[in-house]
Design a protein around this ligand. Structure first.
Ligand SMILES: [Ca+2]
Length: 457
């Protein structure tokens, strides 16, 4: 941290606030205008443009001539640029980002079971069902019994990630847009969402999706894997080597004995994908009443530069990392002490707009896992983006969405478990109208149209 400041050639009056109470402390300060800092780390992402509309922060695009690093970075990251574009077309904040395409939720198989079945990881729903039947009917764990195998152990929250894309649906985000920017609610898709429910109801009826799936939690999945009882999981990728493979009784550190990530499932009509995460993180703004607006913009721009990003990620050469003759970096032993590392102001870096990198995660997982993650990245698509709301839009969404989400989740469970027949699917769709889905869709369409315009500018 000191190095960044020293290299920038400035002195800083820090106003430090306990990070655990940051939002509670700084939110009221911003609301009352009692902030004299030149640069402010926002307490939230200003989702309703409250601070933007109060005129508290400078429109940074007016200063892009002195912000070459930031403007270049925005051009290289069009989704984030569009997300940061406010309703009035200006950009007010410099963001930190989270990893959005790496180590996200993915499908994984017990490689030993796959090999014993003589099968490759399935890529279609049909092959997948064939595999589940094989796992169910055979003594995959070799204990002499064929009735203790649970073909797959999937927590209910991950079913949308796992099966929605094969039906062309992003029911993780819920709202999705086509290539022309037209917004639909995936849970109201009368053809594809019905097909999704029919498919899962079929798995459930056949005992391939277990009766207890709605209450299954991660600890139970881990326990099953440690007893070699299950062949398929779907979870955040980091669980692959760090929570699942490592508890397998025969795991020897190689992919041959592990739970290994695979391609997403596809159908004849739709190519599968994995749903990523919004990358936008902390936001930094320049105070419009500052006497040093241009200097503040310049500093934020410097803080976005590649040498600084490298420091947020690796720290200081010779202390937290070393560089070998061919230019490859590796962390020092001392850097494995994360408390020490955080004293350098990094991992994570809270006080600068840091772009989170996968390198530090790669270093934590098995090599085969890091390779698998890098390969799986090709299947990950952007989720529904962050888009600023207006106060009116927020009101509509807040008024109706909780009831809509409760309704779709309850109905999905009822249709999958068969307590409600899919003959009633049309009345389910009609029920969404009664819950004012159309009003929410109008808001979402307006929001997406703004985003779409900024994206294609
Ligand atoms: Ca068995």
């Amino acid at each position: 941290m000191e190095t960044v400041i020293a290299n920038a050639g400035i002195t800083v009056d820090w106003q430090l606030v306990d990070y655990n109470n940051y939002a509670d402390s700084v939110g009221p300060m911003l609301t009352t205008g009692a902030v004299d800092a030149d640069i402010v780390l926002l307490p939230d992402q200003d989702p309703n443009q409250t601070y933007i509309k109060s005129g508290m922060f400078v429109a940074l695009d007016n200063y892009f001539s002195v912000m070459p690093n930031f403007s270049k970075w925005l051009d290289a990251n069009p989704v984030i640029k569009a997300e940061l574009t406010a309703e009035d077309g200006h950009i007010y904040y410099v963001p930190g980002t989270n990893v959005g395409k790496d180590y996200q939720p993915v499908l994984m198989y017990n490689q030993k079971w796959l090999d014993a079945a003589g099968m490759e990881a399935p890529e279609t729903l049909d092959d997948f069902v064939t595999l589940l039947r094989y796992f169910k009917d055979n003594d995959m764990n070799g204990n002499g019994k064929t009735d203790d195998e649970i073909p797959m152990s999937i927590m209910a929250d991950y079913l949308p990630y796992m099966f929605g894309p094969a039906f062309g649906l992003d029911i993780v985000s819920g709202f999705q847009a086509d290539a022309d920017g037209n917004v639909v609610y995936a849970y109201a898709d009368s053809e594809n969402f019905k097909a999704y429910l029919e498919f899962l109801n079929g798995l459930y009826a056949e005992g391939l999706l277990e009766v207890e799936y709605t209450s299954l939690d991660r600890d139970q999945v881990i326990e099953r894997i440690s007893n070699d009882l299950t062949g398929v999981a779907f979870d955040f990728s980091w669980a692959m080597s760090m929570m699942y493979s490592n508890v397998l009784p025969y795991y020897d550190g190689t992919a041959d004995t592990a739970f290994v990530g695979a391609a997403p499932l596809s159908s004849a009509d739709y190519k599968g994908f994995y749903v990523g995460r919004v990358e936008l993180g902390n936001m930094f703004g320049v105070n419009a009443s500052s006497s040093k607006v241009e200097l503040a913009c310049k500093f934020l721009d410097y803080a976005m530069s590649e040498p600084c990003q490298e420091m947020y990620q690796w720290g200081i050469e010779g202390e937290s990392y070393t560089v070998d003759a061919s230019g490859n970096k590796s962390y020092t032993e001392q850097a494995s002490d994360n408390d020490w590392l955080q004293q350098l102001g990094i991992n994570p870096s809270f006080v600068f707009p840091a772009q989170q990198s996968v390198v530090s995660t790669d270093a934590l997982v098995a090599d085969w896992h890091a390779e698998c993650n890098a390969w799986q990245e090709q299947f990950v698509v952007d989720p529904w983006p962050f888009i600023y709301s207006t106060a009116d839009e927020s009101e509509v969404i807040n008024t109706y969405m909780v009831d809509i989400e409760t309704y779709v989740n309850e109905n999905a469970t009822a249709f999958i478990t068969g307590t409600k027949s899919l003959d009633n699917f049309d009345s389910y769709i009609e029920g969404l109208d009664a819950l004012k889905l159309q009003e929410v869709l109008t808001v979402k369409q307006n929001q997406y149209s703004r985003y779409y315009e900024a994206l294609n500018k």
